[in-house]
Write a protein that binds this ligand. Structure first.
Ligand code: AVI
Length: 320
C-alpha cells in the first residue's frame, strides 16, 4: 500500500496538474488564444533554445556574452566585500562562470532553475571547479515567490541575464523587480541584461532565422502540451509567425492555424478557424532610460550601465 505521505504528495501534484491544465484550457478558450511561454522549456525546447543562442541572426545571447568579461572586470573593482551571487533561471551556469573568473569576492553562489537534473549537473561541475565557493542550487520556478533560506549574512548580488525580463509584460516585470528586491534584501545589488529597441528588420530576422530553429522552438510548445495536458495538436497544421509590434515595443510569437480544426485538450474540444492564432510569447524591448525608470519604480537605483556597440544590448547594475 502507498504510504500516507506519498499519497498526500500525489494528491498535491495532481491538484497542481489540474490547476495547470485548467489554466491552459482557459487561455485556449479566450478570444485571443494563448499558451504561456513558460511551456517552451521542456527538454527538447531547452535544447532548441540553446541552438537559437548560437544562430547568426539571434544577436542577444552573443552580444551579452561578449559584454560580460568587461562587466565582470568593472564589477571586480566595485565589489570590496564578500558577496553571494543569486541567479534567476541559471541554466548551464555559463554566465556565472564568467563573473566568477573576475570577481573573487563571490564566496557563495545560489543558482535557481526549474530544470532540476540539468541544474544539479551544472552545479556539481561548478563546485568541482571552484572548491572555495559554496554552491547551493535551488530548484524552483523563479517567476513564483520564493524564499532564499539563506545560510549566511553575505550581501546578495542578484543576476538576471539574457533579457528574460523581456518575456514578462510591463506589469509583471515591475512586480518581479519589486519582489526580488525584497527577496535579495536592503543591502543587495542587481545585475540585469535587457534587450534594446532597434531596427524592426534586425528584430524580425532574430526571431525568423533562416535555419528554421525558432519555428521548431515555437511549434514544440504544442508537443509539450500534448504530453502534459493530454492534448492532440497536429504540429503540421500550424505555422510559426513572429513579428515586431512597435505599438507595444515587443516581438510577438504566434502559431497560426493552417486549417479550420478542432483540437482536444483534456477531453475538451478547442475550435480554431483557418488563420486564427495562438499567442505564445512576447519579447519586450526597452530603451535604456525606459528600463531604468521601470527599475526605479520597483525601488532600485541605477549604479552603472553598459551598452553594446550600436546600443544592441544593455546591462545594468542597480542598488537596492
Ligand atoms: C529567453 N528569451 C529571452 C528569449 C527571447 O528572445 O525572448 C526566448 C526566445 N524566443 C524566441 N527566440 C528566443
Amino acid at each position: 500500500s502507498i504510504p500516507p505521505a506519498t499519497q498526500a504528495i500525489q494528491t498535491i501534484e495532481s491538484v497542481f496538474e489540474q490547476q495547470l491544465i485548467s489554466e491552459i484550457t482557459a487561455n485556449l478558450k479566450a478570444d485571443q488564444k494563448s499558451i504561456s511561454s513558460k511551456f517552451f522549456y521542456d527538454a527538447i525546447g531547452s535544447d532548441l533554445f540553446d541552438q537559437i543562442c548560437h544562430l547568426p541572426e539571434y544577436y542577444p545571447y552573443r552580444t551579452e556574452m561578449n559584454m560580460l568579461p568587461k562587466i565582470a572586470a568593472d564589477m571586480a573593482a566595485l565589489v570590496k566585500q564578500p558577496i553571494e551571487l543569486v541567479e534567476f533561471g541559471a541554466g548551464s551556469l555559463t554566465k556565472i562562470r564568467i563573473l566568477l573568473k573576475s570577481i573573487n569576492m563571490i564566496q557563495s553562489v545560489v543558482p535557481i532553475d526549474i530544470a532540476q537534473t540539468h541544474l544539479q549537473k551544472a552545479a556539481d561541475a561548478l563546485a568541482r571547479d571552484y572548491p572555495e565557493v559554496a554552491v547551493s542550487p535551488i530548484f524552483a520556478d523563479f517567476t513564483q515567490p520564493l524564499a532564499l533560506q539563506s545560510h549566511n549574512t553575505l550581501p546578495k548580488l542578484g543576476f538576471f541575464p539574457g533579457s528574460t525580463i523581456g518575456n514578462f509584460n510591463r506589469e509583471f516585470a515591475l512586480q518581479f523587480l519589486q519582489r526580488i528586491r525584497r527577496t535579495l534584501g536592503d543591502n543587495s545589488q542587481l545585475l540585469i541584461g535587457v534587450d534594446t529597441k532597434k531596427s524592426a528588420q534586425v528584430l524580425h530576422r532574430a526571431y525568423n532565422d533562416q535555419a528554421g530553429i525558432t519555428a521548431k522552438f515555437n511549434l514544440n510548445i504544442l508537443s509539450h502540451l500534448n504530453h502534459i495536458a493530454n492534448a492532440n495538436f497536429d504540429l503540421q497544421k500550424f505555422e510559426h509567425y513572429a513579428f515586431y509590434n512597435p505599438h507595444f515595443s515587443r516581438i510577438e510569437m504566434h502559431l497560426v492555424s493552417q486549417v479550420e480544426q478542432s483540437v482536444v485538450i483534456n477531453n475538451k474540444p478547442i475550435d480554431l478557424h483557418l488563420g486564427e492564432t495562438i499567442h505564445t510569447e512576447n519579447s519586450y524591448k526597452y530603451r535604456p532610460d525606459e528600463f531604468i525608470h521601470l527599475a526605479r519604480m520597483a525601488g532600485w537605483t541605477i549604479q552603472q550601465e553598459w551598452l553594446a556597440e550600436d546600443d544592441m544590448f544593455s546591462v545594468f547594475l542597480f542598488d537596492a
